[in-house]
Write a protein that binds this ligand. Structure first.
Ligand SMILES: *Cc1c(COP(=O)(O)O)cnc(C)c1O
Length: 425
């Protein structure tokens, strides 16, 4: 088809997206209520206190229906404290997906431990339960499933495997606050749920994170690691004698401007999340059955949900549309006026920091510094994870249910997929 007659914007046709986006993508939503909460903390000089944070923790306990919540200054700190609380130490191993933000795995190095990566499933892009068990050794201490791009990991088999091998499960909920797995809130299924709530995430407080658990000992250990000011309250006989100093030599206290914002954000989160769910599900409903593209979301009757749809992605199946290169696909969708990029997080196992860097001066790569074998994983070792750069793409993250505008964005993807033959040489 000649350029002049193609409907595709990249070939000279009209753009699918004609409406102004307005505040469709604005996040977090900050109102006078957030501003007021911050001003109150500033005016009493309470930035480094703990009273607001303590109330925020109580809010988080009530929301999740758990016994304990502990706020931290970052999600990375929540994950590091969780790993140590779960007993990860020198020579120990965690099992995590390679497809994630680095903080799901890299903190283990500062404990003298290391990470073994498991592959992900092609349709969920979360850790593949079938790829976990054969990676367990006598050194494995914990599994770190990541509810990647909002998709709830298949927790039942993961908990079953962990139970049989006496391993702890640390859910990384940074992409999925408020999401459900078979009706249960994410973060409450594993032994501990840890997450970031920095400004980009769907629950957004500024810089910050938290962990939740029903396990008294895990909670106390997490406190002991990076919250020296609370160590006087700890009851565990192994921790009590060391009150006053943090085991981790770390200070993880949340800034109270963050806890103040977090409280307000949480108050509105469920309603805002509902609208995001409705909007994103509408987007994918409009694309149901379009060749080459596939929704990344659990089945409607599964009781599982995507929560706030942080880092929303779609799945790409080039073979269904003549092998169109995903980068060309993304370029054509962008030309239609919809934001998208091919791929997702870069596979961690192929990064030189995981293979070559000697971070602490062991005289060998940190990944294997305290290991009894070379557990590094080279190219080809995690095939599904390695296919991610060409098997998925980001999609617009709608915050408001405005079906007419959402339809324009859906049309951008539909047009390109349905006219893929015009883009293949
Ligand atoms: C953002 C993120 C973290 C780390 O959180 P910070 O608050 O940025 O330290 C951890 N895990 C995942 C999956 C994340 O996306």
């Amino acid at each position: 088809m000649s350029a002049a007659t193609s409907p595709l914007a990249i070939l000279g046709g009209p753009k699918a997206v004609q409406s102004e986006a307005g505040d469709m993508f604005t996040w977090p939503i900050i109102t006078e209520e957030d501003e007021q909460a911050v001003l109150e903390v500033l005016r009493v000089g309470g930035m480094s206190g703990t009273e607001v944070t303590a109330v925020f923790e109580q809010d988080l306990v009530e929301w999740h229906g758990v016994k304990h919540a502990l706020c931290t200054n970052t999600g990375t700190a929540a994950l590091l404290a969780s790993m140590w609380a779960c007993g990860v130490g020198v020579g120990d191993e965690i099992i995590a997906p390679s497809l994630t933000y680095w903080a799901s795995a890299l903190p283990v190095f500062s404990l003298g431990g290391t990470v073994v990566f498991a592959d992900v499933c092609a349709d969920t892009i979360t850790i593949d339960p079938v790829d976990i068990e054969h990676r367990i050794t006598e050194r494995t201490k914990a599994i770190v499933p990541v509810h990647y791009a909002g998709y709830p990991c298949d927790m039942d088999p993961i908990m079953e495997i962990a139970g049989r091998h006496d391993l702890k499960v640390i859910e990384d909920v940074s992409h999925a606050q408020g999401g459900l797995y078979k009706g249960r809130l994410l973060g409450t299924i594993g032994h501990v749920g840890a997450m970031s709530i920095m400004s980009g995430k769907s629950l957004a407080c500024g810089e910050g994170g938290f962990l939740i658990t029903d396990d008294e000992e895990l909670y106390e250990r997490a406190v002991a690691f990076g919250h020296y000011e609370r160590t006087g309250q700890l009851q565990h006989p192994d921790l009590k004698p060391f009150a006053g100093l943090p085991w981790g030599g770390a200070k993880f206290r949340m800034h109270q401007l963050s806890s103040a914002v977090g409280r307000v954000q949480l108050r509105h989160y469920r309603a805002r999340m509902e609208e995001i769910q409705q909007s994103m599900n509408h987007f994918w409903d409009l694309l149901e059955g379009v060749p080459g593209i596939k929704a990344h979301r659990p089945a409607k009757d599964s009781g599982s949900t995507m929560g706030g749809w942080y880092a929303a992605h779609g799945l790409y199946r080039a073979e269904a549309i003549g092998g169109l290169d995903i980068h060309r696909f993304a370029e054509a969708v962008r030309a239609e006026g919809a934001p998208t990029n091919a791929g997702a997080n870069f596979p961690l196992h192929l990064h030189p920091l995981l293979n070559e860097a000697d971070i602490y001066g062991h005289g060998k790569p940190t990944r294997i510094a305290n290991s009894n074998r070379d557990l590094r994983q080279g190219p080809g070792s995690l095939p599904v994870t390695e296919s991610i750069p060409t098997s998925c793409y980001s999609v617009p993250w709608f915050k408001h249910y405005r079906p007419d505008i959402i339809a324009e964005y859906a049309l951008a993807f539909r047009k390109v997929a349905e006219h893929a033959d015009e883009l293949t040489p």
